[in-house]
Design a protein. Structure first.
Lengths: 325, 287, 296
């Protein structure tokens, strides 16, 4: 009973913390919009925007009101699903209608890429948990490979595929450096697959995860309770897997912001028409409602995934409840 | 013994060359090599590659352009060298900003109790929640982006990382006996926090983070240039806008985008490795 | 008395940055059936690494492990070190594949030994319990391993019975607790229950009272004494505390710098019979036990 009360207390604390985070992060986004130089509406709209749309925009962002009042009216509208109308990219249709389907593509891509990364890193950690840290000459190429930025990885991948296809398959198929394949159907899975690979094996994501898991695994394997389990002849793997579960989930949530940053680049380069692609297109033509709406979606995802991960931790690790919020 | 030194020397050399070039690049006059009215010299291959007959007619002898020329006939080598200038001072700015503010916030968050701690940690969490690339693009949309502004924002977005490593370290140290002994001896808390904890104990993690942030600025400049021509604008060269421009001509010549890409890759790796090596040595010396 | 465990000429060397270091230098000792052997020595004397070697739980990279560890399982005598001595040696020193081979060989060898033949209780009891599993379940896991054919209810009852026997108040409540909810002394009682529920022939207690409060230590030592007596099990009791060792042990070995300085019966030491090694004398005196002190 006592444990249940503690559990409920921690869960409600985590949820209220997430709400506070959401308010804090969205207020930073809002204040950034308000800080636009000069006449705000002029600064944030494309050249030649008609006056009535400017008026509409100012009302959408509460620019005619004080910062606090404007923020809350903007936020409440945002939570009712009204992020304003797109100016250029989707030509007057509602941001939510455009952004949500695109965002689903992005979320699926990054979540699956990270899951794949986790699975491979986990297997690699199991396979290499005996190895010592590499040092010296071998470290250099590994460092270069693991810290390679996602867009350079993508550029190399495209160029490699390009050359391969042209010299081995057909002279007719040409990719330029952005993924505009001639005759490539727009719903093809190929860019998504390669983009996912570029996501996983760049920005140090994979190796970072691998090292964290390996450290966790080594710590567990040499920990006293595993020795104790061993010495009484019980199987250690159920215990190790159970204890590895907590850092696995925490690591997943902690790395999602990184992936959500890389995914913007990867989507643009591979022409995957997700929210990142939308964001860049909108930013190029200064379609502010769209940019702000997509930014808000990204930020919300980070907060929600973080909350979910912490709830999973609370549910699986009894020490979390004892520790409190 | 040699193994440990090798990592230091290889990464240190690259970082050293980068910093040296960052300082001397503004002093070099390169307008002759960077002139754009040499269209007949476009896409010359680098000196170590055999030129096709039509290229060798217009291209100078290998000594002229070791890294080849781009679509406007400009020397890629010279532009690589000048490109360092574009990110060097912004990188320093971002690193200093993040280290100072992040270190201070982390120390306050780890050392104090109560409301001050809650506010500090909350602030760190809020900044940490914003996905960096997305927020940078938002900033680029609203403001007229200059590389300095981008560096400042990227520095601010790096604060949580610095603050968190410092906070964890400070929290562990604050309860250690010798720090308690310092307090009992009547040392001023500010001195204990700034000197005994931040400088003596967190020096290595701060150096590591500064090096990482520098690498991150190189990355973010290149990425933002690639994505939307934010950051350093033509005709001033930067590695990012070199890649961004060369990608349109990628089918005609590989070299103009390959060299800046490699430069970005190697530089980031070197800064990461350098930060790690220096920090590990510093921590190793303490043990 | 028949020997349960016989260690002959055991040497352990570690590869460190400063070269190969010998931490245990050809030591020999025996544990008889139903006997309690006390191992006395200060930290760094090699007593913990010796027990790790006996248990097959050496962590890190042992350079060379030489000698014999003979364990009589009743039907046969196993040499736990057979074929292991030269795994680590080689011109290139320690290699990854050798560490892995070592782990594999040890695991295969110890599979029939861990638990049924011997098990261990370590210092720092809270870290010895899986933090994510209720402690009662961990005792039940041991019971189930000792009696694979028992039903779940019977296993649970036996586990509760064990918690009772290690003198925990309210065993039902302890059964559903997690390690972090119990005090250090309670955790060590649970650990004793976990180890003995496995019904090993030899229990190895490696400094089980270190880090506990003085009063709790006395209770744990008494608990060991009564349970080992009731169950008639053999035990190796490793400690740096002279009084604990003298209270529990039948025979005592004294270690320093990886060498056995003295082997003697606890009775002789208690009553000052025979010749003491100077170091033993020093240990006794630093514990406030002087030669011929009848109250010791």
């Amino acid at each position: 009973m006592n444990r249940l009360v503690g559990f409920a207390g921690v869960v409600s604390k985590r949820i209220s913390g997430a709400i506070a985070l959401l308010i804090g992060a969205s207020s930073i986004i809002y204040l950034t919009v308000r800080m636009a130089p000069g006449n705000a509406v002029d600064a944030i709209t494309p050249m030649g925007t008609p006056d009535d749309i400017k008026q509409q925009l100012a009302a959408d962002f509460g620019l005619n009101e004080g910062p606090v009042k404007g923020y809350f009216s903007w936020l409440s509208r945002a939570f009712q699903g009204d992020l304003g109308d797109s100016l250029v990219v989707a030509m007057g249709s509602r941001v939510v209608d455009e952004a949500l389907p695109a965002y689903w593509i992005t979320l699926r891509l990054s979540a699956l890429a990270l899951l794949f990364c986790l699975a491979v890193a986990f297997l690699a950690a199991l396979a290499t948990s005996h190895h010592q840290r590499r040092s010296g000459l071998m470290a250099a190429p590994i460092y270069v490979f693991t810290t390679i930025p996602s867009f350079i990885m993508a550029v190399f991948l495209i160029h490699g595929i390009n050359s391969f296809v042209r010299y081995n398959i057909s002279q007719d198929v040409i990719f330029t450096l952005d993924w505009y394949a001639l005759g490539q159907p727009s719903d093809s899975i190929v860019p998504t697959l390669i983009g996912g690979l570029a996501l996983v094996f760049s920005d140090g994501l994979f190796v970072d995860y691998l090292n964290a898991l390996r450290a966790e695994l080594t710590k567990l394997k040499t920990s006293q309770f595993i020795m104790s389990v061993k010495s009484r002849g019980a199987s250690v793997w159920p215990h190790i897997i159970r204890n590895l579960w907590v850092p696995l989930v925490a690591g997943y949530a902690a790395r999602l912001p990184l992936v959500l940053s890389s995914v913007v680049i990867v989507e643009k380069i591979f022409g995957i028409e997700g929210a990142g692609f939308l964001l860049i297109e909108a930013a190029k033509v200064r379609d502010l409602p769209m940019v702000v709406g997509v930014s808000l979606l990204f930020t919300m995802t980070v907060i929600i995934v973080d909350l979910l991960a912490s709830l999973v931790r609370v549910a699986t690790d009894p020490r979390e409840v004892a520790r409190g919020a | 013994m040699l193994k440990g030194q090798l990592g230091l020397w290889s990464s240190g050399t690259i970082v050293g060359i980068f910093c040296l070039f960052g300082f001397i690049a503004p002093l070099v006059d390169y307008s002759a090599q960077d002139a754009v009215n040499q269209r007949e010299r476009q896409f010359c291959p680098p000196a170590f590659v055999d030129a096709t007959p039509e290229q060798s007619r217009s291209c100078p002898k290998p000594t002229g352009s070791f890294f080849g020329t781009d679509h406007l006939g400009r020397e890629v080598g010279i532009r690589l060298f000048k490109g360092i200038q574009a990110v060097f001072f912004p990188g320093c700015l971002a690193a200093i900003l993040a280290i100072f503010i992040g270190g201070l916030l982390g120390a306050v968050g780890g050392y104090t109790q109560g409301a001050l701690r809650a506010i500090t940690l909350g602030l760190i969490r809020i900044i940490d929640t914003l996905p960096r690339m997305v927020f940078l693009i938002l900033v680029c949309t609203i403001f007229r982006p200059s590389i300095t502004l981008i560096a400042v924002v990227a520095g601010i977005l790096s604060i949580p990382t610095v603050a968190t490593v410092v906070r964890v370290k400070v929290e562990r140290l604050a309860s250690e006996d010798y720090i308690l002994a310092h307090i009992a001896h009547g040392f001023r808390p500010v001195k204990i926090l700034l000197y005994h904890i931040l400088w003596l104990q967190c020096r290595s993690v701060l150096i590591r983070q500064a090096s990482f942030i520098f690498g991150y600025i190189v990355f973010i400049e290149a990425a933002l240039c690639y994505l939307g021509d934010y950051g350093v604008q033509e005709p001033q060269p930067s590695w990012g806008n070199m890649i961004a421009q060369a990608k349109s001509y990628a089918l005609m010549s590989t070299w103009p985008w390959l060299f800046p890409s490699l430069a970005v890759m190697v530089t980031i790796a070197a800064f990461m490795a350098f930060g790690n090596v220096i920090a590990n040595r510093d921590e190793g010396a303490k043990r | 008395m028949k020997n349960l465990l016989a260690v002959k000429d055991l040497s352990i060397e570690f590869d460190t940055k400063a070269g190969r270091k010998r931490v245990v230098d050809s030591i020999s000792f025996q544990v008889g059936e139903g006997e309690v052997l006390g191992v006395l020595g200060e930290s760094g004397s090699g007593k913990t690494i010796t027990t790790s070697a006996v248990l097959g739980l050496i962590q890190g990279n042992p350079g060379v492990v030489n000698g014999q560890i003979l364990l009589s399982t009743g039907d046969e005598t196993l040499n736990l070190l057979a074929g292991l001595g030269d795994v680590m040696t080689g011109n290139k020193g320690i290699e990854v594949k050798n560490v892995r081979r070592w782990d594999r060989l040890v695991s295969r060898r110890m599979k029939s030994v861990w638990g049924s033949q011997m098990t261990a209780v370590f210092q720092n009891p809270r870290a010895s319990l899986d933090p994510l599993i209720k402690v009662g379940t961990q005792v039940a896991e041991s019971v189930a391993l000792a009696h694979p054919d028992w039903t779940a209810t019977r296993v649970r009852d036996k586990a509760l019975d064990w918690l009772q026997r290690v003198q925990l108040n309210a065993p039902e409540r302890v059964y559903v607790s997690y390690a972090h909810e119990l005090s250090g002394g309670m955790c060590q009682r649970v650990m004793v229950a976990v180890a003995l529920a496995r019904e090993p022939r030899l229990l190895i207690a490696d400094e089980p009272t270190t880090g506990l409060d003085t009063t709790v230590r006395a209770e744990i030592v008494k608990l060991f004494a009564s349970l080992i007596d009731e169950e008639n099990r053999a035990m190796m009791y490793i400690s740096h505390d002279v009084r604990e060792v003298l209270y529990l042990a039948d025979r005592v070995i004294v270690m320093k710098d990886g060498v056995i300085l003295e082997t003697s019966t606890a009775h002789d030491i208690r009553h000052g019979y025979g010749q003491r090694a100077p170091y033993t004398q020093f240990l006794l005196e630093s514990a406030g036990i002087f030669e011929g002190d009848p109250n010791a």
